[in-house]
Design a protein around this ligand. Structure first.
Ligand code: HXC
Length: 535
């Protein structure tokens, strides 16, 4: 996008028209001159000096070149709602809104302009955002919000709070209909953080963005604690600890490039399927390397991403929420160009256990996939739920239930491959047959049982072990027997809880065939207002 916009250039290409309508021409040019002054070099320099781009620069990077159409460029803030102090008379009221194309597809967006009253949100600013939100919903197009704002405009008081309320409401009404993405590239403070929190995905840029409900000053006053903005609500904190940020990048350019790439996995709305990407046949459908990734020793760790990367189209895996709850890996990949959502236990972290955070991460990912017609592939190697007082007291029962709920209500194609451990409740959760899994495969290394061999032997043979001359030797023998008799996939296969035990090398081939067989899956959902997921 070129800047300044020179709207008059396109309108007055016809010089005769320009001559006749000279007065209109002058009005356009004069207004544009004023706009140019508004974006003074000093304001832009100040923004750049913080390592941040301007709203227009961000928009230009986000959209396909020359496709962004800005609307409401010249609206000015209203004096009507000002309760205290003065509002700067500015064009656009601190936010750029409009639509354009990303990879040729229609997308609506706003980008808050911190150089105008700190990007604060007044009535007109809010109205502009609400207008494009409503258009995006009507057109069935994704919505992206670039946040860089001091929050509710203090001068406009309750009217700005109401502006946020309207925006929140719009996000909620659009949820599950169009994908909504928030990009945080500056402050997002106070109640304003709930706008991004309500959207499907939050991207943050390291070192220049932060989100908190109450900032460091309030923390100091109320709790007498010193903490920096970065430590309280920086990108790293939200990506690792709170889980608020799904993806973080080192600078704004890489953040925006990632948003563009991410969008390529998603459909424009819930009535469409995700776009099919072009792909080359360079990922082998039969791949013997897959036989060597899971170690023979069940206590040895491996990186489940090594399996994911051999199964999906080459270089197509886009991991989501990578730093949060890493004992569960989630993300999008492609199989013959079609988007697949992947949920995989990660034996490399805490042996792949499910805990509170990973349950919440998984549940939210599954629900997004289900809302947007993205089939789900589950790769399972899970020893169970994380034991202990912390988890129990913090509600692992309530949070673990979210995963169960999310899987069972998902009507998209659902396939599970059990790679190794599938124990107890965690076996059930990870899209088991009884939970509605469409195809449930297992590798020969799978161990499916009520609990792991050590726990099972300790409970069933407690007395014998206590009385044995050599308890360690007896335990070893019993564990071996348990593994042979119970903890193998062939029993589940014979009982019909597994559709097929497959050679790991054939995994991609089997999955391609299974997803193809499920491509017209249709499920009748009982009529109800909505279920009651344990939140
Ligand atoms: C009006 C604001 C503003 C606001 C910043 N500005 N925030 N104007 N309303 N909320 C203005 C400043 O006066 C300043 O104007 C310009 O923006 C740049 O701000 P600086 O403070 O100079 O920038 P910086 O040092 O980078 O600090 C940024 C900041 C700080 C950390 C965001 O401005 C700040 O703390 N602002 C208040 C944040 C806040 O508490 N917001 C309300 C949150 S509650 P000049 O003219 O000097 O350039 C909320 C409720 C939402 O949002 C409710 C939803 C339910």
């Amino acid at each position: 996008m070129s800047w300044p916009f020179k709207a008059w250039e396109s309108l007055f290409v016809n010089s005769t028209y320009m001559d006749i309508n000279g007065k209109y021409f002058r009005a356009f040019v004069e207004r544009e001159e004023e706009l140019k002054k508004q974006y003074s070099a000093e304001r832009i320099r100040k923004q750049h000096s913080k390592g941040k781009l301007t709203a227009h620069e961000r928009i230009a990077l986000l959209f396909d070149e020359g496709t962004f159409e800005e609307i409401d460029t010249y609206v000015t803030p209203s004096d009507q709602g000002v309760e205290f102090g003065k509002v700067e008379r500015s064009y656009g009221d601190g936010v750029v809104t409009g639509h354009g194309k990303i990879d040729g597809r229609l997308v609506f967006a706003f980008a808050q302009d911190f150089t105008i009253m700190g990007g604060s949100l007044g009535i007109v600013h809010a109205r502009k955002i609400a207008k494009v939100q409503e258009m995006a919903l009507k057109m069935g197009a994704p919505f992206i919000g670039i946040n860089d704002s001091g929050g509710a405009r203090i001068q406009e008081g309750i009217a700005s709070l109401n502006g946020y309320a309207v925006i929140f409401n719009n996000i909620i009404q659009s949820s599950g209909i169009i994908p909504q993405i928030s990009v945080i590239m500056g402050p997002a403070a106070g109640g304003a953080v709930y706008a991004p929190a309500l959207t499907d995905w939050v991207f943050m840029t390291s070192n220049t963005s932060y989100m908190f409900v109450t900032g460091p000053n309030v923390v100091r006053e109320v709790l007498n604690e010193e903490i920096s903005s970065e430590d309280l609500g920086g990108a790293e904190v939200h990506a690792r600890k709170s889980g608020v940020a799904n993806m973080i990048y080192d600078d704004e350019e890489n953040t925006i490039i990632a948003v563009r790439k991410f969008l390529s996995y998603l459909p424009s709305n819930n009535l469409e399927n995700p776009p099919v990407a072009s792909w080359t046949k360079d990922t082998p459908d039969i791949n013997p390397k897959l036989r060597d990734i899971v170690p023979d020793d069940p206590n040895k760790a491996y990186d489940v991403r090594d399996i994911i990367n051999q199964v999906v189209d080459r270089n197509s895996f886009f991991e989501t929420s990578e730093l949060f709850a890493p004992s569960l890996v989630t993300g999008f990949g492609r199989m013959e160009g079609r988007t697949v959502g992947i949920v995989a236990n990660q034996p490399k972290v805490l042996a792949g256990v499910l805990d509170i955070d990973s349950s919440v991460k998984g549940a939210r990912f599954i629900r997004f996939c289900d809302a947007f017609n993205i089939p789900i592939l589950t790769l399972e190697d899970v020893p169970g739920f994380l034991p202990g007082k912390d988890q129990e007291h913090s509600g692992i029962i309530r949070h673990g239930a979210k995963m169960l709920f999310a899987y069972a209500e998902a009507t998209v194609p659902r396939i599970t491959v059990i790679l190794r451990k599938a124990y107890g409740g965690a076996y059930i959760v990870m899209n088991s047959k009884g939970m509605g899994g469409d195809f449930n495969f297992a590798w020969p290394s799978a161990e499916i049982a009520v609990m792991g061999p050590d726990g099972a032997v300790a409970i069933l043979y407690r007395r014998e072990l206590a009385e044995a001359k050599d308890p360690a030797a007896l335990k070893k023998e019993l564990v071996k027997k348990y593994r042979e008799k119970v903890a193998n996939p062939f029993i589940a296969d014979e009982k019909g809880f597994i559709d097929e035990v497959i050679d790991p090398a054939y995994t991609r081939l089997k999955l391609l065939s299974a997803f193809s067989a499920l491509s017209n899956k249709s499920v009748k959902v009982p009529s109800r207002k909505h279920g009651n997921i344990p939140l």
